[in-house]
Design a protein around this ligand. Structure first.
Ligand code: NDP
Length: 250
């Protein structure tokens, strides 16, 4: 999938929401979607980081993005409603969501896993994608060709010791992706739902998970963008319910 070559105007005139857009893979995806013509809604919890991404996109001459600061850990129904209302007022539709924001949580055995941390990890990694998808489906319905991308992990496809809530939340994300894909495979047939496992990628989360690793051995987020572009754009029309890998399996 790394060899997909996206045409420059792949996402022209599309409106795409990216969560966790201030850093790491989300930041690279937001910039890449904008560089391919999309108006990107930058959602994240650290305003300063979102503003920096906004400035970079604007300075590159790509479509002017929008910022929606939201901490997904504490977000309530009203926040999701506000987001849906403001997108409706501004654009009247939504052409894509990249559910990317996530937290790692503790790396501990289940019998020692702190329950508060468990709830936090589930809230950000699994509940937030559910709330967002639920509140934004009516706007995705207004698009001619919409794509929802969920972000998984290799531990969301095969459980591994000490990955606790993170691994379980990613299994949940895969489940949500499949349920949504099956439900939306209907007579409208305009919304696809797929997941991506980015694979080892040079970000803060990866450095936190593998402190002894040399980060230079992993690709930068910019290098794994082909599959994100493929799934967000029209070339993946009709593909739904599938689990993708951004990098070849090692
Ligand atoms: P980073 O930690 O670098 O970035 C995560 C982003 O999510 C940050 O912008 C962060 O905001 C945001 N975020 C975290 N918590 C919240 C919250 N409560 N509300 C709003 N935004 C929040 O991670 P990566 O870029 O590495 O990861 C991106 C995705 O890829 C995740 O879903 C991760 O699980 C997945 N992944 C990553 C891999 C890797 O090797 N990097 C491998 C497999 C999966 P802030 O900047 O404010 O901290």
């Amino acid at each position: 999938m790394l060899d997909y070559k996206a045409p420059k105007d792949l996402l022209k005139d599309r409106v795409i929401l990216v969560t966790g857009a201030g850093d790491g893979i989300g930041k690279a995806a937001a910039k890449s979607f904008a560089a391919h013509g999309a108006t990107v809604i930058l959602l994240g919890r650290t305003l300063k980081k979102l503003e920096a991404v906004y400035d970079e996109i604007e300075a590159s001459g790509h479509p002017k993005p929008a910022i929606f600061p939201l901490n997904l850990e504490g977000a309530a129904a009203k926040d999701y409603e506000d987001l849906a209302n403001s997108l409706d007022e501004e654009f009247g539709r939504l052409d894509g969501i990249l559910h990317n924001a996530a937290v790692l949580g503790p790396r501990t055995p289940i019998d020692q896993y702190n329950t508060e941390n468990w709830m936090q990890v589930m809230q950000v990694n699994l509940n937030a994608p559910f709330f967002l998808t639920q509140s934004l489906i009516p706007l995705l319905r207004q698009s001619n060709d919409a794509s929802i991308i969920f972000t998984s992990s290799s531990v969301g496809r095969k459980g591994r010791a000490y990955w606790g809530g993170y691994a379980v939340s990613k299994f949940g994300v895969e489940g949500l992706m499949q349920v949504v894909a099956d439900e939306l495979d209907d007579e409208h047939n305009n919304i696809r739902s797929n997941s991506i496992n980015p694979g080892a990628t040079r970000t803060n989360m990866r450095a936190h998970a593998y402190p002894a690793e040399n980060p230079a051995h992993n690709p930068a987020p910019e290098e794994i963008m082909p599959v994100y572009l493929y799934l967000m754009g029209p070339d993946s029309a009709g593909i739904t319910g599938q689990a993708f890998d951004a990098q070849p399996k090692k």
